[in-house]
Design a protein around this ligand. Structure first.
Ligand code: M6R
Length: 592
């Protein structure tokens, strides 16, 4: 789950690579590194930590060609030696890699018996040496031969000291795009075409099993049998504006405050005069007998809310599956698969999509990032239009996802619909106005290390999402739980040091959640309630309340979510955590 970048052309390869890596840092920030050629020899500079740390210690002079890497560690600890690029023992090749070589142990042993002595714990060093062993003068051939031995999924780029004018790239089930400018004076390789900042390029996407020879202004692509392929290109203008915090202390806070507008963007032009229209959806998507939402993390929580919405609005049986588990399930024919992903690059989600497509299911994508892999592999795609989400902790993408899912459920109902969704931006504004009070409350709760987040019906996935926010940026143990389940075991954990956050904004289950709150109070656990203004009585039972605007159950996740995001943000701030780039995480999780 790393970012790969490569450059050959008339701009300064080193500086272009650094710019590209800045855009790819969301894919991992355990370490970064750059390799290139100086006077016919490989030169490498790599550092543990973020790109800023590499820049501070950059020892490289002007390179004639460059490849770069930003790492999210899979094989091997976060150490300087395990950072990419990696070299073969002869120091002829430097290679950057995203993905996993599954049979690397077996290959390592084999290479070891042939005299290769390894310096690192990585699968990448094994791949590099395997390619070096297969090399007899033609780099493409060496890569093709090596890949016949390799199991796993990957994208990589390499340079060789005897081939100063070429970068070889290859991919198997991991994204890799290659862009060439109109004047044919430069070529760029990237895990994400959105990193081609400020360039207008003709871009091709490597498909699984393809190998590319990238030269200045020219790309030749081969299949796994080394047959030359004519690849279609797409014209892509990556724009010039790098995302900015616009005065906010963190991207997360900026993105939380963007939500009145991003929710609006998600329904604008799609909900008019009681009718829902999606530009990309034909009528055939209206009649599934069942729906299965697949996604990971925050997007999976959106899927869980989507399932409730579809059942409530359209009476179509629906459920959600965590993407990494979905492939093992049996689903009835005519089940529509809806894959949700902010990035469109999440490996677990893509693997499930491929499996479902191979089994003949129709797959609809809901995605934020244009040109991402998900958008190319699904039968149709609805875009969130939320703009780039930079903070690793997903916020605005979630509220845009549930906006689109709300519309989608209304679309499936086939009826004229209410336009109450248009009240959501104002409801979110109301919660944002409470930020100072939420900050005060968060300060009080920031000293605890364990939390339960409880909710029923729509508030169940909502509280799971809020708990995920807290744990990923504050490093505290926060678990979202169905409120009714607490008494079946977890209640044993409660004491005055184990607070409960009760999500009370689901009217249908109001009395039951109030009873659950009483059960918690009887065990002396501190209680914070997120409650609608109509539930006045709750203030007498709990220690603290964040008041939310009254709304229908189906719309309640919006305000409760925003309150939960602010709570997590202020707890993390109080605890001094790295809010936008929490430890051990990456924005886009591209390994299974
Ligand atoms: O890009 P995706 O929506 O597919 O990402 C899925 C999860 O990795 C992501 O939502 C993750 O859980 C976030 N860090 C949560 O804030």
């Amino acid at each position: 789950m790393c970012g790969i970048f490569g450059y050959i052309g008339e701009d300064d390869p080193l500086q272009t690579c650094l710019l590209g890596l800045e855009q790819l840092e969301y894919r991992g920030y355990d370490s970064t590194g750059i390799a290139g050629l100086v006077d016919g020899q490989i030169a490498i500079c790599k550092e543990v930590g973020k790109l800023s740390q590499l820049k501070a210690k950059l020892t490289l002079q002007r390179l004639t060609i460059a490849i770069g890497h930003t790492r999210w560690a899979t094989h091997g600890k976060v150490t300087p030696v395990n950072a990419h690029p990696h070299q073969d023992v002869q120091e002829a090749i430097a290679l950057v890699h995203n993905g996993i070589i599954e049979n690397y142990e077996e290959l390592k042993e084999e290479l070891h018996t042939q005299g290769v002595r390894f310096q690192t714990e990585t699968d990448t060093e094994v791949l590099t040496n395997l390619i070096a062993k297969c090399y007899t003068g033609d780099l493409v051939q060496a890569v093709q031969k090596a890949l016949l031995r390799v199991r796993g999924h990957f994208a990589f780029a390499l340079v060789h000291k005897h081939h100063p004018q070429e970068i070889i790239a290859a991919a198997r089930e991991c994204p890799l795009s290659i862009g060439v400018n109109d004047a044919h004076t430069e070529s760029i390789i990237s895990s994400d075409p959105n990193a081609f900042l400020g360039k207008t390029l003709n871009v091709l996407f490597l498909r699984s099993g393809e190998i590319a020879k990238v030269e200045k202004g020219k790309v030749s692509v081969f299949d796994s049998q080394l047959r030359s392929l004519a690849k279609k290109t797409e014209r892509l203008d990556a724009g010039t504006a790098a995302p900015s915090k616009e005065g906010f202390e963190h991207f997360m806070l900026k993105e939380i405050y963007e939500q009145p507008s991003t929710v609006q963007k998600a329904y604008l032009g799609r909900l008019e005069e009681g009718e829902v229209q999606f530009e990309s959806l034909s009528e055939e998507f209206r009649t599934p007998s069942q729906i299965c939402f697949i996604a990971c993390g925050t997007s999976a929580h959106a899927g869980a809310i989507g399932a409730l919405l579809v059942e409530d609005f359209a009476a179509i049986p629906s459920h959600y599956e965590i993407a990494s588990e979905a492939r093992y399930r049996i689903l009835p024919q005519n089940t529509l698969i809806v894959a949700i992903s902010q990035s469109g690059e999440t490996a677990d989600t893509l693997a499930a999509v491929r499996e479902m497509k191979a089994r003949g299911y129709k797959v609809l994508g809901i995605c934020n990032v244009k040109n991402s892999t998900l958008t190319r592999e699904t039968d149709a795609c609805i875009f969130l239009k939320a703009g780039p989400e930079v903070s690793v902790c997903s916020t605005k993408a979630f509220t845009s996802q549930i906006t689109v899912l709300y519309l989608f459920a209304q679309f499936l109902s086939g009826k004229r619909v209410s336009e109450d969704l248009k009240n959501v931006p104002a409801q979110i504004e109301k919660v944002l106005e409470c930020a100072p009070r939420i900050q005060q409350i968060a300060k009080k709760y920031s000293r605890f290390n364990n939390f339960f987040f409880l909710g029923r019906r729509y508030m169940f996935p909502t509280c799971m999402e809020a708990a995920l926010k807290l744990k990923e940026i504050s490093y505290v143990n926060a678990n979202g739980y169905a409120a009714g389940e607490l008494k079946h075991g977890p209640i044993a954990l409660l004491d005055p040091h184990f607070p409960v956050i009760a999500f009370c904004a689901n009217h249908q289950t109001e009395e039951k959640i109030v009873s659950n709150v009483q059960e918690v109070k009887a065990r002396s656990a501190p209680i914070l309630a997120l409650a609608p203004e109509s539930l006045k009585g709750i203030a007498k039972i709990v220690d603290d309340v964040i008041w939310l605007p009254n709304t229908s159950d189906a719309l309640a996740p919006f305000a409760s979510t925003v309150a939960g995001q602010l709570f997590a943000y202020f707890v993390a701030k109080e605890r001094g955590c790295d809010i936008d780039q929490p430890r051990n995480l990456a924005k886009s999780v591209t390994v299974e």
